[in-house]
Every structure is written in C-alpha cells, then in structure tokens.
Write a protein that binds this ligand. Structure first.
Ligand code: PLP
Length: 418
C-alpha cells in the first residue's frame, strides 16, 4: 500500500516517472511552485478577459520582440488561430464563415518535408495545403530539399499564408522563405512549438521576419500543460483574438483595450469564431505569463545544470548493466538539453521493446523518450524528472537488465555528442 496519496492517487489514477520530456501524452512537465501558485491565485478573482489578454500581450511582446501576442490553449491552437487570422484579416464576415473558405484566398504553401501531424491544426481552419519541394534522400544519391525559389513559384492568387516548421536543420532557411513570401505580400506563420531552449529562439523567428510565431507553453517554458503562445503582427493577433474571445455582446457595449484590438478598424463584431472551441482560461493566461517571465529571466546555465545533474545521477544509479551502455548525450544543435541514451549490445537477451514494456508495467511506471528508437536507442530525458527519480529508474533498469558479471558498481560518466 502506498501512503501520502496525492490528488491523482485519491482518484485512483497512478502517477508515472516522466522520462519522455514534456509530451502531451505523458501530461507535459512539472510546474514550478511559483507558476502553480500564480494559477491558484488567478482562480480567486474575476477579470475582463479582453483586458487580461491585452496585459498578457505586452509581456509576450516584450519577451519575443513581436508587436503583440495571444495566450492560447497550446501551440496547436496557435496554429489554428494564426491560420484563421491570415485567412480573415479583420473582416468579421470572413471570420463568421470559417472553416468554409470558398471564395477566399485559402491555400497555404509549405515545404513537403515539413509536413507533420500537427499541421492538421492549420488545415482545421479550412485551407488546402500546397506542398513544395522534394526531400531527395530516398534514392541515397539525393542531397537537396525545398528551395526558396520553389516557395515563390508556388505562391499564387489563392495563397493566404506560408507555413514554416522551425527545426535546427529546417530548409530552406527562414529568412529566405520570408523574403519569397513577403515579395508576394503573403504572411508567414512559424511553428516553433518545441524550439525552446535556447531562450534566444523566443525572439529569433520574429527577428527573421516571421509574421506569426507559435510556441508551446507546456513544453520548456514550464507553463500550464494546456497553454501556448501566438505572437506577431498586431493586426493578425487582433484577428486571432477576435476568433477565440467570447463576443456575445453588442459592438457598442464592448470596450477592448485599443492597443490589443482596435475596434474602430472593425465593420462589426463577428460571432463566436472558429477558435471559440479552444478558449483559454484566466488561470492558463496567468500561469503562462508567470512561466514565460521565469523562463526568459533564467540563464541557460541555471536552466540546464539541474538537467545534467539528473542525467549524471541516472548514469550512477544504473552503473554496470548487462549488455547495455548508458551515456549522457547532447545534441550539438541544442547544447543545453542533455539526455541519457541507453543502447543494448548484440548479446543482450532482452529487446528495447520488451524493456520498454517492463518499465511501463513497473511500479512506478517509467516512460522513456522514444525519439531515437528507430536508431536503436532509448532516451531518458531529465526535463520532467524530479530529484530521486533517476535513482528509481537506475534501480529498475538494473533489475530488468541485470548487472554485468564483475561490474563494479562504479559510475561511467561518459558524455558524448550524438
Ligand atoms: C508539441 C508540438 C506542437 C503542439 O504543441 P501543444 O502546445 O501541445 O499544442 C505543435 N507543433 C510541434 C512541432 C510540436 O512539437
């Protein structure tokens, strides 16, 4: 019998050790106490939502260098709202019609190799994706991917937006994509959901000319699991906000701060918009703002030191496994984000899939990161681990793998670049 039941256990729901990182599937991360406290405090007062959004917008603008910003229920919601804003601008009649886009500019150009499961959120606004470029890798001889001129060539009369998914090795480079889009007067929306840290990326994509950028609030920023940021041009953020706010009020009786939404630019107030289904609450807005201020104010060293400490604790705790090797690995393109990589050797009598199942079925249940599974490795991310958990993971790994014969329980602290 376990004691000290927490709110989940009182419900009969077990908690897990999250070594996957802040994935939605494993409930995001662990919120800092000051962020959780801010949300609790937020829940004890009422505010005017447009006014609260306007204040959050100034914090987002300061952190990102954008003109304005909107707290959303996640990066995916930001993709939907950002796309909707590019489709409608400040036209309330168009807002009312979404996702029916017949007769509107309704094509979104994107690089074919950047297609991913999250682009469903873009398509939800009612657009057709126009894929560009050929990631010519399959033959083994190819070296090219989409090029900026191809984006320019794909933009036509029906193009409402160019959609770009940021990654350290995304091609073509964003500034070239922005140049091609802006030459045709088309805005660029960037999905940078998981591109933090480094903290510099909060400003980078706006500085490179993106009209709108989306970040997840529930990943490295450390905000509520269901929060995100859409930042960018003031008119587009106003258009996005108008499509998620509760507008069950006559035009003459609604007084949003003009810095956030300039009512005088509107022919009238739209109905509840396409984004009403992903409304954000005051608690999420306050939590996101608190987390963003904390994240932006932290040095890279302060952020990643505890992660390295957790990784090294795991290496120590799992020292000497049979037919397996553990290393702290760091992606050179994301130097502040370490993980522990586990590889089995050829003599192992367990597969990674079987090990994964044993970890899943254990007490407590342990969830590694599967991002490198195809490459023959399990990763243990420290981003959502708590102190004490590396020791439990190490104990469970040794229990399932066994200890190598003659292995002295001495740590091998190797750090290598993956
Ligand atoms: C995580 C992620 C999203 C979705 O973020 P949420 O905040 O969970 O909605 C979108 N795009 C990419 C590339 C992501 O990694």
């Amino acid at each position: 019998m376990r004691h000290a039941a927490n709110v989940y256990e009182r419900l009969g729901c077990r908690t897990i050790i999250n070594a996957a990182g802040p994935s939605t599937r494993v409930s995001g991360g662990i919120m800092a106490a000051e962020v959780a406290d801010a949300m609790r405090e937020a829940s004890q007062h009422c505010v005017d939502m447009a006014e609260l959004h306007a204040h959050a917008a100034t914090v987002i603008a300061e952190a990102t260098g954008a003109e304005s910003g909107l707290v959303t229920t996640g990066a995916a919601a930001g993709l939907l709202l950002g796309t909707a804003a590019c489709l409608t601008g400040l036209d309330p009649a168009k807002m009312n019609r979404l996702p029916d886009t017949s007769g509107m500019k309704n094509e979104v150009v994107m690089v074919r190799s950047q297609r991913n499961f999250y682009d469903h959120a873009v398509r939800t606004a009612g657009v057709r994706l126009v894929e560009v470029g050929l990631p010519d890798r399959f033959s083994g001889a190819g070296v090219r991917d989409a090029e900026a001129w191809e984006i320019g060539a794909a933009i036509g009369e029906r193009t409402a937006m160019v959609f770009y998914v940021a990654q350290p090795n995304a091609l073509p480079p964003l500034p070239a994509v922005v140049a091609a889009a802006h030459k045709a007067g088309v805005p660029v929306l960037v999905d940078a959901a998981a591109q933090l840290p480094p903290v510099e990326n909060l400003r980078r994509f706006i500085a490179e000319g993106a009209d709108l950028v989306v970040f997840s609030g529930g990943k490295a920023i450390g905000g509520p699991q269901a929060s995100g940021i859409l930042c960018g041009r003031r008119d587009l953020i106003a258009a996005a906000a108008l499509q998620t706010l509760d507008l069950d009020i006559p035009y003459d009786m609604w007084f949003p701060p003009s810095s956030f939404i300039d009512k005088s630019k509107l022919a009238g107030l739209p109905h509840h918009g396409i984004g009403r289904a992903c409304k954000v609450g005051k608690e999420e807005i306050i939590g996101l703002v608190a987390a963003l201020q904390r994240f932006a104010g932290m040095t890279a060293e302060a952020r990643s030191r505890p992660w390295f400490v957790l990784c090294e604790a795991l290496i120590m705790a799992a020292a000497g496994p049979r037919h397996a090797k553990l290393d702290v690995v760091v992606d050179p393109k994301r130097p502040g984000v370490p993980a522990v990589e586990l590889r089995l050797d050829g003599d192992a009598d367990i597969t990674l899939a079987r090990l994964l199942q044993k970890l899943h079925d254990g007490e407590p249940s342990i969830r590694p990161n599967l991002g490198r599974l195809a490459d023959g490795a399990l990763l243990f991310s420290p981003m959502c681990m708590k102190p004490g958990e590396p020791e439990i993971i190490g104990r469970e790994l040794l229990r399932h793998l066994g200890r190598a014969r003659g292995a002295v329980p001495r740590p091998h602290i190797g750090r290598r670049v993956r």
